[in-house]
Design a protein around this ligand. Sequence first.
Ligand code: COA
Ligand code: NAP
Length: 267
Amino acid sequence: MNVQFNFQGRHVVVFGGTTGINLGIAQAYAAAGAKVSVASRKQANVDAAGSTLGAHGFGVVADVRDDDSVTAALAACVARHGPIDVLVSGAAGNFLADVNSMSSNAFKVVVDIDLVGSFHVARRAFERLRKPGASLIFITAPQSSVPMPYQAHVCAAKAGVDQLARVLAIEWGAAGVRVNAISPGPIEGTEGMKRLAPQGDEGDKLVRDMVPLGRMGTPGDIAQLAMFLGSDAASYISGTVIACDGGAQSQLTPMITAAAHAGMMTR
Ligand code: COA
Ligand code: NAP
């Protein structure tokens, strides 16, 4: 059952919001009445996402690795819909590779998108947030605290995202801006699961079996938490990393390690 939220008159911006989990968040805010802007690298993704967001949807091309590109995208979003009430930073790029066969650039590209990109988005959005009362939500991952084979770049980058959230909550608290991070568990049908999880029926079963609630999550599960964190109901919540994972986090390392040793994860 979904809880109903009302974001009428609010402006929500989602970086990396054109596909998967982040698009689910954008769509949920749009359905709750918000003016929603989404940004990502590919024009085709921006166009496709924009067409699902209704009359108040807006899409803009931006690469979070490029500070100027982020600045320009934010200016376009604000020109269209006004100051930002809720900012979601969820762009990510991932692939499996063990450290011994990972080039310096392969490590760097993931850190640049996931961590440096999050810094650009937060840093450049601050002046455009409606203060006090605005909310910044990072999309992190269990890799930020749970070590996983073939994902050193992701683990390092997302650990940085968690700390960025905690530091910004302190620095921006005086301005009345709340900063939190959501850590999704395994979300079915997503690019992240396709790239990073054990595959096939056996892989799916392994993943479901590690979730105490017995199922994979949906983008809607994450969207409900994102709307709560963006709402006044969360007005005293800041500086937290909240898992939305059916209780799975503590079981991830043994599951992923066993899957890797069994050759169920393709690099
Ligand atoms: N294994 C090892 N190295 C890899 C790799 C893989 N599967 N995929 C890419 N790399 C390396 C490249 O070889 C390159 O290193 P090099 O210059 O030393 O050869 C480096 O990573 C950058 O790759 P490139 O293809 O130039 O990056 P890009 O900027 O075009 O794309 C990615 C970024 C690689 C992260 C791409 O997968 C992407 O765009 N992902 C977005 C979607 C996504 O990952 N979604 C899941 C979110 S959880
Ligand atoms: P996804 O569909 O691939 O989403 C990633 C988004 O980021 C895409 O819209 C992509 O669009 C955009 N993007 C990538 N690189 C970018 C860049 N340099 N600049 C701007 N935008 C960029 O993946 P997902 O699986 O839904 O994951 C979404 C988020 O949830 C990520 O932060 C991920 O780490 C997190 N997460 C996912 C899971 C899961 O089960 N899937 C679990 C835990 C955490 P373009 O290609 O158009 O740029």
